[in-house]
Design a protein around this ligand. Structure first.
Ligand code: NOJ
Length: 976
């Protein structure tokens, strides 16, 4: 059965209220993309053939070659259907147990694009010296690590990763591997046919295998869109012909999978095939500017990270496919314990990394070793960002800043969208509204705030635009299909061209553009800017208004002759990469840049933040934004958020308050709004909404130490800032699909933002037999090891935040106008005792802007609480010194400098001003530091009444000014 039926489409549309907002017809379905149609047809034929289906690919055994003392082997691969075509297979086991499987066509008519990994990876992974491949008659295998084994079966070719004898990942287990080899167009080629329309149920094409075409059982009976392809009014010339790549990747023992952002869908990926699919289209990865996207859809969005986690109570494994071309992924569950995926890519080689886990943390570390970690951002970028399309003048910005200050609302960054620029020539100020940009930036910087200004990748083709002129003279613009001249398309700036960031000739020049000084070279630089301006890279999919699917033609030509189709999904990352480098190198010594990108790929986490694009001001979009940010987080990009308020629409005050509640618990926290929306800065609201949002902004700022500490952890270990349940409680099967509540770093804060209208109470899922405390009211909730939902109050002024028993939360509670102004503020510690009377928590601090933390200038503390013989001891220890020479969490830790640490000295006087201990069994008899009694207050707890398990209130001990400093070791004794 062809799953994409008219009925299916209609029911999908009916289920999604805003489905008609997006012009779906602007974007392809699988059946409108020749290679996807071919890939799905292959899968349909395999399913129909059942057990008699056999992959034609096999290892050419005599060609196997094992590198001496190396965990690498290479072999030829043959397809029985095309014995004359050669493929090369290479497997290597990295020293951390990751297995890389590569397959390419050898001596083909052309070269396949094989550089995707070189953009995504931070370096060439180190191959294990210990692992040995052992070749047998039927397979070649290597055992390693804690029960891992990788097996390559010869005929048919199948690659399996096992753990304890159990299959974890299997490649080509269903025989869907197909690397369409390069061929010569024959006169009979039928490439100019109209694309096949979406088939009705039951009308699938019958494949005719004829003596003249014995390959039809595998490839189909016609050259379906091999040589030319049409979509809407566009024709793709496809000069290389068919070159797609299909591969099935199965997880026989994992029922739940996560990943492959960016899609507006649940975190646990729904199925896309089968009798009752959630979606009937495969998930698509083709970076796209989707206007008013659907809140529940497998359609592609702005970015692509081809990574999956497969999870079960026993283990987590991951796969990363380094492919930069358009890729469609079908998901199904052949049994309730297993998952199958089918990847269909338009071009490129097979380059799959199998990450053996077996824990989520290890998968994060394995992926981080490949593609890098989320870069530690400047600390101010974790504050609140105020954006709109558009603040219309420098005075507009000054007024907005003044209003924030008048209302005592903290904010760190003001943003300028495209209208700051003259005719959308980025970097060039529109003089009428922005006559004094440097002075405006200095006014903002006077209270240590920053500006972020947009720089898009399309360059107006105008003689009076030096940036375009210089790019043109250097020959670094993307070329049209002919390979000559400059590709021209339309975007905000009208007739435009695009810099080809694959061309190294563009790199140094691009960096120079951002220098705020005149350059000796005489090339243009941004003299009307300051180093307090950071950058927003938008439209970098790239978005081309008059191009196919609002993007660039696939047959456009990039550096070295590669077609756009080969590199499309990587394109946006290269733009933010080079912008990030440019901003970093404006100063000497460099300062940490902030760059926001809309488009992204595997590795983009190294260059800053992303957001979920043009969402709508609807409850559905608010809810799915959380899931999308979680999906990004587990795929390495922790610094994510969605437009607070929704980009389109005029949210009512209730919705806006709820949206700020979502926003303050997103790593990247920015309000943004479309040109046509009413102004909605928080100071414009009436009470009580204005006060509620002010409280939320302040809450975010009090928790900045928690966020920054979580960012430190992700920047060294890869483990995300936002942690969904399966990451924190990997064995709790009930939590596998929970994606509307999550933990912040290792802090123990559990958040469940409200994303529905009229809510006064919600249910929070607690997966363990542990006590949880309401952050604000100190109400006590008890979880169960079987998993239990508790009712938590959620009136409009309340956002459900619980502290997991056993956590210590460091905050800074003095309201300030911007986050850098908090640098000398004292800390409050909230100690939430576990049911056994213990707790611990971390605090990481550095100067927040420079790279001095890389030479050891930081403060990293562990706070602890233990209970022994009726004495609770609170301690502070120096984690930096303790971990001086160690690599923590398996990835990397920069060396701490306990002796020469100017940052630690600069905050030597910073105190802990208050310690709040929740959950003491009774009133203390004394609270002492170094034998001296401290000043404290105790409020006894309130026991639960009757059946109301949720009505208990924790006891609260409040130690005022405990006379301890944050950089010192100390111990406070609480005698009970
Ligand atoms: C599209 C972006 O997604 C949006 O955030 C921005 O405001 C507009 N481009 C205008 O630059």
């Amino acid at each position: 059965m062809r799953p994409w039926t008219l009925l299916g489409v209609l029911s999908l549309l009916a289920a999604v209220p805003d489905a008609l907002a997006v012009k779906q017809a602007d974007f392809k379905t699988c059946s409108q993309a020749g290679f996807c149609r071919r890939g799905r047809a292959l899968s349909a034929r395999a399913t129909e053939a059942g057990k008699s289906w056999n992959s034609p690919y096999s290892v050419d055994v005599p060609s196997i070659s094992i590198a001496p003392n190396k965990a690498v082997f290479t072999a030829g691969v043959k397809s029985s259907l095309y014995p004359e075509i050669q493929f090369g297979l290479e497997l290597r086991v990295h020293d951390d147990g990751v297995v890389r499987v590569r397959m390419d066509e050898v001596n083909g008519l052309r070269k396949r694009y094989d550089e995707a990994a070189s953009w995504a990876l931070i370096s060439e992974p180190v191959v294990s010296e210990e692992i040995q491949w052992v070749a047998g008659k039927k397979d070649i295998r290597a055992k390693y690590g804690n029960g891992n084994e990788v097996v390559v079966a010869f005929e048919p070719l199948k690659v399996s990763l096992l753990r304890g004898g159990k299959e974890q990942v299997v490649l080509n287990g269903n025989g869907l591997l197909h690397m369409e080899h390069f061929r010569t167009k024959t006169p009979a080629a039928t490439g100019t046919e109209e694309p096949e329309p979406a088939a009705e149920e039951g009308s699938e094409q019958v494949v005719l295998e004829t003596p003249a075409n014995p390959r039809a059982w595998f490839e189909g009976d016609k050259e379906d869109d091999w040589w030319e392809e049409r979509f809407s009014s566009w024709t793709d010339s496809k000069p290389k012909g068919p070159e797609s790549l299909s591969i099935d990747i199965s997880f026989p023992n994992h029922a739940t999978i996560y990943g492959i952002p960016q899609h507006a869908t649940d975190l646990a990926l729904p199925t896309t095939t089968g009798e009752s699919p959630t979606f009937s289209e495969p998930f698509r990865l083709w970076n796209s500017d989707v206007f008013e996207y659907i809140a529940s859809s497998p359609m592609s969005l702005y970015g692509s990270i081809p990574i999956l986690h497969a999870h079960s109570a026993d283990s987590t494994v991951g796969i990363f496919h380094a492919v930069g071309s358009e890729t469609w992924i079908d998901v199904s569950h052949p049994t309730d314990k297993s998952t199958q995926t089918h990847w269909i890519s338009e071009s490129g080689i097979l380059d799959i990394f199998l990450m053996p886990g077996p824990t989520t943390d290890e998968v994060f570390a394995q992926y981080a070793r490949l593609t890098g970690t989320q870069v530690l951002p400047p600390q101010w970028s974790l504050g609140y960002h105020q954006c709109r399309w558009n603040y219309i003048s420098t005075d507009d910005i000054r007024t907005v800043q003044k209003r924030f200050d008048e209302e005592d609302m903290p904010v760190d960054v003001f943003w300028l969208d495209i209208e700051y620029s003259e005719d959308h020539k980025y970097f060039m100020w529109e003089e009428r509204g922005f006559p004094d940009p440097v002075e405006m930036t200095n006014d903002v910087a006077a209270v240590e705030r920053k500006m972020v200004v947009i720089v898009d990748p399309h360059l107006k083709r105008a003689d009076n635009y030096p940036v375009y002129k210089e790019a043109s003279e250097r020959g670094v613009l993307v070329k049209p299909a002919s390979g000559d001249g400059e590709y021209e398309g339309w975007c905000w700036s009208g007739s435009s061209s695009w810099i080809d960031f694959f061309n190294p000739g563009a790199w140094a020049w691009w960096k120079d553009l951002f220098k705020p000084t005149k350059l000796a070279s005489g090339t243009w630089s941004w003299t009307k800017s300051t180093t307090d301006i950071h950058i927003w890279n938008d439209m970098n999919e790239p978005s081309v208004f008059n191009g196919p699917e609002i993007s660039m033609p696939r047959d456009n030509v990039h550096f070295n002759g590669w077609e756009h189709r080969d590199v499309h999904n990587i394109n946006g990352m290269l733009f933010s990469n080079h912008t990030w480098q440019a901003v970093r190198e404006r100063t000497n010594p460099p300062e940490r840049p902030f760059v926001l990108t809309r488009s992204f790929f595997a590795g983009s986490q190294r260059f800053g933040a992303m957001w979920t694009g043009d969402n709508l001001g609807t409850w559905e979009h608010m809810a799915v934004g959380i899931k999308m940010v979680l999906a990004n987080s587990i795929a390495g990009m922790s610094f994510s958020g969605s437009d607070v308020g929704g980009f389109f629409g005029n949210p009512e005050p209730e919705m806006l308050v709820r949206w700020y509640q979502v926003g303050i618990f997103n790593p990247f926290f920015r309000a943004h709004a479309h040109l046509d929306t009413k102004r909605r800065e928080p100071f414009l609201l009436d009470e009580p909404y204005k006060g509620m949002i002010k409280d939320l902004l302040r809450l975010r700022y009090t928790m900045l130490p928690v966020w920054y500490t979580a960012f430190r952890e992700t920047s060294v270990a890869g483990v995300p800032v936002l942690r969904p349940h399966y990451v924190v409680f990997p064995k709790d099967t009930k939590g596998f699909t929970v994606d509307d509540q999550y933990f912040i770093g290792s802090s123990g804060l559990l958040v469940k933002p409200i994303t529905d209208k009229g809510v006064t109470q919600t249910k929070v899922y607690l997966p363990e037999s542990q006590v949880y405390y309401d952050y604000f009211s100190h109400l006590v909730y008890r979880g169960s090891s079987k998993g239990r939902e508790v009712k938590v109050n959620a009136e409009l002024h309340q956002v459900p935040v619980l502290i997991r028993g056993g956590s210590i939360i460091p905050t800074r509670e003095r309201p300030r106008r911007s986050s850098p102004l908090m640098r000398n503020d004292p800390f409050t510690l909230r100690v939430a005792l576990s049911k056994t009377g213990s707790a611990s928590g971390e605090l990481y601090l550095d100067d927040g802007v420079s790279y001095s933390h890389e030479s050891g200038e930081f403060v990293w503390r562990r706070f602890g609480a233990t209970t022994e013989k009726k004495v609770v001891t609170l301690t502070s220890r120096d984690l930096g010194a303790e971990n001086k020479d160690a690599a923590v969490d398996g990835v990397a830790l920069v060396a701490y400098n306990p002796t020469k640490n100017a940052f630690a000295e600069s905050i030597a006087a910073v105190r802990v001003e208050k310690i709040v201990v929740l959950g003491l069994a009774g009133k203390p008899s004394s609270v002492k530091l170094d034998g001296k009694e401290l000043v404290w207050e105790f409020t006894p707890g309130v026991a639960a009444s009757g059946k109301e398990k949720e009505s208990a209130v924790a006891s609260v001990l409040s130690i005022k000014d405990p006379r301890v400093r944050v950089v010192e070791d100390w111990a406070i004794q609480i005698a009970l």
